[in-house]
Design a protein around this ligand. Sequence first.
Ligand code: SAM
Length: 163
Amino acid sequence: MSRLDSFLRRITAQRDCLNAAVELVRDVAGPVLELGLGNGRTFDHLRQQLPEREIFVFDRRVAAHPECVPDDDHMILGDFHDTLGTALERIGRPAALAHCDMGSGNSEADSRLARSVGSLLNPIMVAGGIVVSDQAMTVARWEALSLPPGTAPHRYHMWRVKD
Ligand SMILES: C[S@@+](CC[C@H](N)C(=O)[O-])C[C@H]1O[C@@H](n2cnc3c(N)ncnc32)[C@H](O)[C@@H]1O
């Protein structure tokens, strides 16, 4: 498969999983968390799909398209390891949806990061909430969900947070 095809599969899986997650949290109260602002593409998608929700975005820096930068109250700057532990004070209540898009392409470093992010994110997710991620994670309280039909396997991941 060409790198272009591989990229398209990943991006399509990302969009389809986000759209599925948006439907799953329509009746779950709580803010949305976006871990990894990057260019701001998925933040922009989420704010269009869930215009009534507060979306808090985490990243160590702002390097997004100027039209896709959250306001200061919703941009939480710093390393995930430093910001997630105290995030509940900032976000006000446990989150209904978290999207983690944090891969660097270094699979060892990404797996390490996914392990720590899983344990830091878990306490700030509401029961019934949904986690969507570019990285595999194993958290006892999270139940893996099937991906939307047609999604290439292992390209993206979804879980429902149990009670
Ligand atoms: C793949 S990009 C996100 C792309 C974005 N979702 C989009 O659609 O444009 C990954 C982002 O995660 C951030 N990131 C990775 N590890 C991080 C960490 N430990 N703490 C804070 N930010 C981190 C990077 O700075 C980068 O902006």
